[in-house]
Design a protein around this ligand. Structure first.
Ligand SMILES: [Zn+2]
Length: 319
C-alpha cells in the first residue's frame, strides 16, 4: 500500500513538473493533440505552443520547437509553419478554439524543417507565408532531404507534408501593423542558420527570437553556423532590442538574462575552450572532447556537445 502511494506520488510529480519545466525525457504533454503541449498565453494575446526540448520523434509529432501566434484584434499571425502538415493543422485547431479571427500570415523563423514543413498545410488554407530570402533559398536547396528525414521519423504522421516554401520573402526588415500590434519581422545578422528571423513586438517588449536564442536545450551548431557572427549579432542588434520577454526558438518563454547565459555565454565559452585547444597544438579528434561540463544539464547535450565542438574547431582553425 505504502509502495503504491509512493508510486502514485511519483506519477503525479512527473505530471506536475511537466508544466513547470522542459525535459527531453517527457515524450508528450498533450496526448489529445499532435502538438507536444497546449498553447499558453505568454503575455496578453501572444500565445505559444512550446515544443519538446528533444530531437523530433514519432511521439512528439516533430513538434520540437515553439509554434507561436499573435491574436492582433484584426487577424492572427502565426510564427512557424511547424514540422509537419498535421502539426500545423493541430495548431490551427487550437487557434480556432481561442479566437474567431482568421489567420492572415505565417512567418517562418528559418529554413529548417520545423519552421517550414507545415507550410504545406497553411498554403492549402491560402494563408500567405513570409520568410527571409536566405531561409527560402536554404529550404529550396535542402527541402527534399529535410522532408525525407521527417518522413522517416514521423511515418504516417508525416501525411500531407510536402515541400512548400514561403510565398513572400524579405531581406532586412518587414513591418506589419495589424490590429493593436506593431510587428517587426527582423533579420538581425548571422546566427544559427541562414535567414534567421526574429519577430519583435516593440510595444509589448517581447521578442519571438527563433533559433538565435536557447536556454533549456543545447544550441546546435551546423556546418553553416557562424559562431563568431552569432556572438556579434547577439552583442549588437539583438541586445539593443532590450527585450523584456523572450520566446526562444525552443524551450519555455523567459528573459534575456537566461538566454544570454545559455546561448551567447555558451558560444563564448566553447570558442574559448577550442582556442585553448588550438593554442596547445590540439587536433580535430581531440577537439570533440573539450570540457563542456557546465552545460551537461541541458537537454540534447548528448546529441550536440561533441558535434558543436568539432564544428567550432573547423571554423576557428582558419580564423
Ligand atoms: Zn530550431
Amino acid at each position: 500500500m505504502k509502495r503504491l502511494f509512493a508510486l502514485i506520488c511519483v506519477i503525479l510529480g512527473i505530471a506536475a513538473a511537466a508544466d513547470a519545466r522542459a525535459s527531453e525525457a517527457i515524450a508528450d504533454q498533450y496526448p489529445a493533440s499532435a502538438l507536444y503541449a497546449k498553447p499558453v498565453e505568454v503575455i496578453p494575446h501572444v500565445w505559444s505552443a512550446i515544443g519538446a526540448t528533444a530531437p523530433p520523434t514519432y511521439e512528439n509529432w516533430g513538434h520540437n520547437n515553439n509554434l507561436s501566434f499573435i491574436v492582433t484584434g484584426d487577424g492572427v499571425i502565426v510564427v512557424n509553419g511547424g514540422g509537419a502538415y498535421l502539426l500545423a493543422k493541430a495548431l490551427h485547431d487550437e487557434i480556432k478554439r481561442i479566437t474567431p479571427q482568421p489567420v492572415k500570415l505565417v512567418i517562418n523563423e528559418n529554413g529548417q524543417g520545423h519552421a517550414m514543413l507545415g507550410n504545406s498545410y497553411w498554403a492549402e488554407q491560402k494563408v500567405p507565408i513570409l520568410a527571409h530570402q536566405d531561409a527560402a533559398k536554404e529550404f529550396a536547396a535542402r527541402g527534399a532531404q529535410i522532408l525525407a528525414s521527417a518522413q522517416r521519423v514521423l511515418k504516417e504522421r508525416a501525411e500531407g507534408t510536402r515541400i512548400v516554401g514561403p510565398t513572400e520573402t524579405f531581406t532586412d526588415k518587414r513591418v506589419i501593423e495589424m490590429g493593436a500590434f506593431r510587428i517587426e519581422v527582423l533579420h538581425l545578422g548571422p546566427a544559427h542558420s541562414p535567414g534567421d528571423t526574429q519577430v519583435w513586438l516593440p510595444k509589448q517588449s517581447l521578442v519571438i527570437a527563433g533559433d538565435i536564442a536557447f536556454h533549456e536545450r543545447m544550441p546546435p551548431l551546423f556546418d553553416d553556423t557562424d559562431s563568431k557572427g552569432w556572438i556579434a549579432t547577439w552583442d549588437g542588434p539583438f541586445e539593443a532590442l532590450k527585450a523584456t520577454y523572450v520566446i526562444p526558438g525552443h524551450g519555455h518563454p523567459t528573459n534575456m538574462a537566461q538566454v544570454r547565459r545559455y546561448t551567447r555565454d555558451y558560444l563564448v565559452y566553447l570558442r574559448g575552450k577550442i582556442r585553448e585547444h588550438l593554442e596547445g597544438g590540439g587536433d580535430l579528434k581531440g577537439a570533440y572532447y573539450v570540457d563542456q561540463s557546465p552545460y551537461a544539464h541541458l537537454d540534447t547535450f548528448k546529441q550536440l556537445a561533441t558535434r558543436n565542438a568539432g564544428r567550432v574547431f573547423v571554423q576557428m582553425e582558419f580564423e
